[in-house]
Ligand binder design. Structure first.
Ligand code: URA
Length: 245
């Protein structure tokens, strides 16, 4: 069972917010019955019509992009900056899974599959994202411990992280640090380092779960293989638990 607005958004028809509008405006029918209630739940086999036209599930596509600096990772930008979806050649309505900041580079998945996006962004599924950060100064043992055990962001402690110091450059007083997190709060890595007194000068995401930047230069992208998509789906802990019941 899934909420009607989520089901519409996941089909690739429009965003969840737009789907909510369609429902409240009385433009959506489920099994030929008008539904205006936002919490309405639907099953896979239910027939959804928008303005009396059957909602079909769009072909699902998955891309892995090496995002360059100077691109916003939203589908629209009110400042008119170049968006991440403009880098991908497709007519389908794709969106990025999670976000990378304007000045952050590296791996990002783009898809029109809302279900996979939900799996990858739900911290319960513990999907590891590995970043390499260039930071000011050098990490003291207590700062390293704090990053690993969690720091307070917005009143909530970040989940345990893996942190490795790769290099310290005495001349510039900067360090290269690898950090692996399972969450995706806004500007999380930058804010975590800031909390322990270091500014992030450069940030690159090098890994998402088992996916790496291998063979992808900046701005380059490739489709995910079916095997990779299945492997990403298998990260969904809720399905494993459901099967156990
Ligand atoms: N953490 C950040 O601070 N920025 C990003 O772009 C990604 C993670």
């Amino acid at each position: 069972m899934e909420r009607l607005q989520k089901k519409i958004a996941n089909s690739g028809y429009c965003s969840r917010r737009e789907a909510e509008k369609l429902i409240t405006l009385g433009q959506v029918k489920v099994n030929d019955k008008l539904i205006t209630e936002l919490g309405f739940k639907v099953e896979d086999e239910d027939e959804i019509k928008i303005n009396d036209i059957l909602l079909e599930n769009e072909e699902k596509v998955y891309f892995l992009l090496n995002k360059p600096r100077g691109i916003v990772s939203t589908t629209k930008d009110d400042k008119g900056r170049k968006t991440i979806t403009s880098l991908i050649d497709t007519d389908l309505r794709i969106f990025p899974v999670g976000r990378l900041d304007y000045d952050t580079t590296g791996l990002i998945i783009l898809t029109n599959d809302g279900s996979l996006s939900n799996i990858l962004t739900n911290s319960k599924n513990k999907v590891e994202k590995t970043y390499v950060a260039k930071i000011t100064g050098s990490l003291k043992p207590n700062e390293l411990m704090a990053l690993k055990n969690g720091v307070m962001l917005d009143g909530v402690k970040t989940k345990k992280a893996k942190v490795k110091i790769k290099k310290y450059d005495k001349k510039t007083d900067t360090s290269i640090v690898e950090i692996t997190i399972i969450e995706g709060k806004n500007h999380q890595v930058k804010r975590m380092f800031e909390k322990v007194g270091h500014k992030v000068l450069k940030l690159k995401r090098e890994k998402i779960a088992f996916l790496t930047l291998e063979n992808l230069k900046s701005k380059e992208y490739r489709p995910l293989t079916i095997k990779e998509v299945k492997k990403l789906y298998s990260l969904d802990k809720s399905i494993k638990n459901k099967n156990k019941d």
